[in-house]
Design a protein around this ligand. Structure first.
Ligand code: NCD
Length: 312
């Protein structure tokens, strides 16, 4: 495997990437800060289409910022109501249209399988920016990149994933990406109704990953080297009453973090609702702001690798 093997590649699922691929992406991400500071334009003349059929702040804007930093340009659908999807156009027809206008498409869509379908129809590479409750691979890449920066390695580390493990696509992709590393121990902290899917648990067992399902956040805090908080995904509950029952299940506070081993990193893909109290923001634990900056570097790395930008 080499940088070249990324040319023209779609990133649909984190499962499609090998450990070696991850090393190449992170090595590239390490070089991106220098591109931001310089006036280099490795993707001059290339166009990214950001096709966002669900709300987004970070994923879309960081993809767009990443493309601008690389000297490319961006066209965007940021509101599905402004696209022909509301007229009844199928996703495959939308893709066959948009591919004519760009060199790469970043897509977010409410349906599971949407990014895979898009990749099947598209002549240009597809980057999955979130496919329903299924996966969010570029988020997992930036989450892992952040964990590696904070912890040096994830091997032998215990990591808690907290909140909506059922509908949280970032959780699914993060669990899979971490399973590519040795001796990672996972604590899945959720209410019983929001446990992680059986299919993912089976895959983790097959990969030989140790994991524990627990309900209490306070019991887990002293045991772990990092905490990954998530929002309860209100929009994905079939009934609002079910959401109401679990919406305040976990609130991580500065007080609770005094029971941690030390200044362990707390991550969150954001947006947060109430699951991390604002008093955590000015502690050493708060890594979720750095995480967003790392998102720009990782998305730059992907665009540059896939579109063949040169870096010296
Ligand atoms: C996440 C998402 O969209 O899945 N946000 C993100 O991309 N940073 C998490 C969420 O919406 O809760």
């Amino acid at each position: 495997m080499s940088r070249k093997s990324f040319l023209g590649k779609s990133i649909v699922s984190i499962k499609d990437l090998t450990r070696e691929d991850l090393d190449i992406i992170f090595e590239e991400a390490d070089k991106m800060e220098q591109i931001i500071k310089s006036n280099k334009k490795p993707l001059d003349g290339k166009i990214l289409a950001a096709l966002f059929m669900e709300p987004s702040t970070r994923t879309r804007l960081s993809f767009e910022a990443a493309m601008h930093h690389l000297g490319g340009s961006v066209i965007t659908v940021s509101d599905p109501k402004s696209s022909s999807a509301v007229k009844g156009e199928s996703l495959s027809d939308t893709i066959r249209t948009v591919e004519n206008y760009c060199d790469i498409i970043a897509i977010r869509h409410p349906l599971e399988g949407s990014a895979r379908l898009a990749a099947e129809f598209s002549r240009v590479p597809i980057l999955n920016g979130g496919s329903g409750a299924e996966e969010h691979p570029t988020q997992a890449l930036l989450d892992l990149y952040t964990l590696l920066k904070e912890l040096k390695t994830v091997e032998g580390k215990s990591i808690a994933m907290v909140g909506d493990l059922k509908y949280g696509r970032t959780i699914h992709s993060l669990a899979y990406i971490l399973s590519k590393y040795n001796a990672v121990k996972l604590y899945f902290v959720s209410p019983p109704s929001l446990r992680i899917k059986a299919e993912i648990k089976n895959d983790l067992k097959e990969a030989g990953i140790e994991f524990h399902e627990v309900e209490s956040l306070s019991e887990v805090i002293p045991l772990v080297d990092a905490i990954y908080m998530t929002r309860i995904q209100k929009e994905r509950f079939p009934q609002e009453a079910e959401y109401e029952k679990v919406k305040d299940a976990y609130v991580l506070t500065k007080e609770l973090l005094t029971f941690a081993k030390g200044p362990i990193p707390v991550l969150h893909p954001l947006p947060r609702v109430n699951e991390i109290s604002y008093d955590v923001d000015d502690t050493k634990h708060a890594v979720y702001f750095k995480q967003m900056y790392n998102g720009v570097l990782v998305r730059m790395a992907l665009l540059n690798l896939i579109l063949g930008g040169e870096v010296k």
